[in-house]
Design a protein around this ligand. Structure first.
Ligand SMILES: [Zn+2]
Ligand SMILES: [Zn+2]
Length: 609
């Protein structure tokens, strides 16, 4: 077949349907004619385009189309969504789906894309004035709710006839009177006898089209969010991470939808209202389905509602304590067994493309729970390589050094504390707060900080996923530990209100080597308190901030205040690696005592308090 007499250069980012419409318009032929001669509409369904052509086009078809249209094969392939299939999983799912796209993924709008009127109006160049702007491929992705160029929400329906239901890839394939920016949908109502149903013909590229939603311009933050979503589709983003990100968003959006109104706090009032309306519609549609199949997976068609739901999903996904946040929503989603909830079903469907982080967080709420001994009320074993009591509140130094020390730029103190909390969470389920309480990290005494604080994370380029991966390696190592694991819970409990009693303290001090010279170090109750804390940190492997202070607590308030003011300086002397003579001697003696005490506790001989 001979090439067409005239052609058009495809516009970057336009869809196959868009190119066909524009080329047909240029040649003044119906799109169907073009589709037939280029071999796109052939076979039993030659009256219309296979909807799958939007997703992918077979190489022989692409080649013959390219020859006729006088463009390159690569340009033809670029008109399909296939270029994103490895970073946006719903595309791959739709391509591999059997049948004539009857079961395409709900996270792709195959036939009824949303659109930006200003983009359709074109950029004013001569070519675009003649043939109009392109229908963009990204409009077929429900995660695209706004045009970043024109800072407007997309339109989800023709503003004239309000139609937006799915249909063929191109309506009225045989009509050569409409231009690419006109609505091709048939007008409702019966046609006059002997005549075809007229088309709506409304212009989709005029300010009038945009006007209908002008009151609801997306906020700047939403535009940033849209931009970041789009950046995942560019080749500069790693495909695998992109694919995981979109899957995570989808799973979390489905969780929010399924458990609504549990996640209401994730959106402002106006957004929550939009999400609620969407969910009401979806629930009405699913009312007849069995309870555990009432999955709400599609994104809202309305762009503002869609943006609201996605933004809420992102907020939850960014939650530091994802493991802790998920159960609140999944519990609400159903009262049945966790593995049978609607969300567990959708999770199972997508878990192979979601992130490791979400998979780990979702483990306890999608699998069958089992109780673990010793911790009444805590359930859901995610890991059984170790038990929570084996984790020291201030993560064991050698574990830290082997697995986590490379997280530089973040205080080791914070890393060790965070790691301990996380490991306990993995073993017991529950929230970050529960794990911290279990470890005796008392948020009332000190501002509880972990490495997941957003600001710190930004400063340290802290990647939760990397951190979790390193922690998982550590956890796996605990299955065959290098040394027998220690029951730190028992040690913490044994020393709950503990301090060196006066006679032990005096013995310890009297045994210290004499200090030459006239000045003798002070040996008072304040130092006894600090020495006790030193022993406590050694035995429990905890931070001095969280140690009990029974001697201090027994003092009158003004003494307590005085001690509190001097706390850091004494502690510094006692804990520094290169102490002065007296403190070095004291350190050695206390460490020996601590080793004894630990052995006694482990052997079931706790000190009498
Ligand atoms: Zn636009
Ligand atoms: Zn219309």
């Amino acid at each position: 077949m001979r090439p067409l007499p005239m052609s058009l250069e495809p516009i970057t980012g336009e869809s196959l349907a868009s190119y066909l419409l524009r080329l047909a318009y240029r040649l003044s032929v119906p799109p169907l004619h073009l589709a037939r001669i280029t071999g796109l509409a052939s076979g039993p369904h030659h009256g219309h385009l296979d909807r799958k052509l939007l997703l992918d086009i077979a190489p022989p078809q692409a080649e013959s189309f390219a020859r006729l249209a006088r463009v390159t094969t690569a340009e033809v392939t670029a008109l399909t969504l296939s270029s994103w299939q490895d970073r946006y999983p719903p595309i791959a799912r739709s391509i591999s789906g059997r049948g004539r796209s009857s079961r395409s993924d709900s996270w792709v709008f195959i036939t009824s894309p949303r659109f930006c009127p200003s983009c359709l109006a074109g950029d004013g160049t001569a070519a675009w004035r003649l043939h109009g702007g392109p229908w963009r491929k990204i409009w077929h992705l429900p995660v695209v709710f706004a045009c970043v160029e024109h800072q407007e929400f997309l339109l989800d329906a023709c503003p004239h006839c309000r139609q937006n239901s799915p249909g063929p890839l191109i309506h009225r394939m045989n009509d050569n009177t409409l231009d690419p920016a006109q609505c091709r949908r048939p007008l409702a109502g019966l046609p006059a006898p002997g005549r075809r149903t007229p088309a709506c013909g409304g212009r989709l590229d005029t300010p009038a089209a945009a006007q209908c939603d002008v009151t609801t311009r997306p906020a700047a933050a939403l535009m940033d969010f849209q931009q970041s979503l789009l950046s995942w589709l560019t080749p500069s983003a790693p495909a695998r991470e992109a694919s995981e990100y979109f899957t995570d968003l989808r799973l979390i959006a489905a969780l929010i939808s399924t458990s609504w109104p549990q996640g209401r706090h994730l959106a402002d009032a106006a957004s929550a209202e939009k999400i609620a309306a969407h969910i009401q519609d979806q629930r009405r549609e699913a009312a007849d389905a069995p309870r555990n199949r009432r999955i709400i997976d599609p994104l809202p068609r309305d762009p503002a509602a869609c943006a609201a739901l996605l933004a809420a999903a992102r907020l939850l996904l960014d939650e530091d304590d994802l493991e802790g946040a998920l159960p609140q929503l999944t519990r609400a989603a159903s009262s049945s067994r966790p593995s049978r909830t609607p969300w567990a079903r959708i999770f199972t469907r997508h878990q192979h493309t979601c992130s490791e982080r979400l998979r780990a967080a979702a483990g306890p709420v999608t699998r069958t729970f089992r109780k673990i001994g010793g911790c009444r009320g805590t359930r859901a074993l995610l890991r059984d390589d170790y038990r929570p009591e084996h984790i020291a509140a201030f993560l064991q130094l050698d574990w830290y050094q082997r697995h986590l020390a490379h997280f530089s730029g973040m205080a080791p103190k914070i890393v060790r504390r965070t790691a301990a909390v996380r490991l306990v969470q993995w073993a017991t389920g529950g929230s970050q707060g529960d794990a911290a309480t279990y470890l005796g990290i008392n948020p009332r005494h000190v501002q509880f900080k972990t490495a997941s604080g957003t600001r710190q994370r930004a400063q340290a380029r802290f990647q939760p996923a990397d951190f979790d991966a390193a922690l998982r390696e550590l956890a796996a190592e605990l299955r065959t530990p290098r040394q027998p694991l220690i029951d730190y819970l028992r040690r913490r409990q044994a020393l709950q209100e503990w301090a060196l009693d006066t006679s032990t303290w005096e013995t310890l001090v009297n045994d210290l080597p004499p200090i030459p010279g006239p000045i003798h170090p002070v040996i008072d109750d304040r130092k006894r308190q600090d020495a006790s804390i030193f022993v406590w940190t050694q035995v429990t492997c905890g931070e001095h901030l969280f140690a009990p202070r029974p001697i201090e607590t027994a003092q009158p308030p003004h003494i307590q205040r005085e001690w509190a003011q001097r706390r850091n300086t004494t502690w510094f002397q006692l804990a520094r690696p290169d102490p002065l003579r007296h403190y070095a001697d004291l350190q050695r003696s206390l460490a020996r005592y601590a080793a004894h005490l630990a052995r006694d506790i482990d052997a079931g001989r706790p000190p009498a308090n």
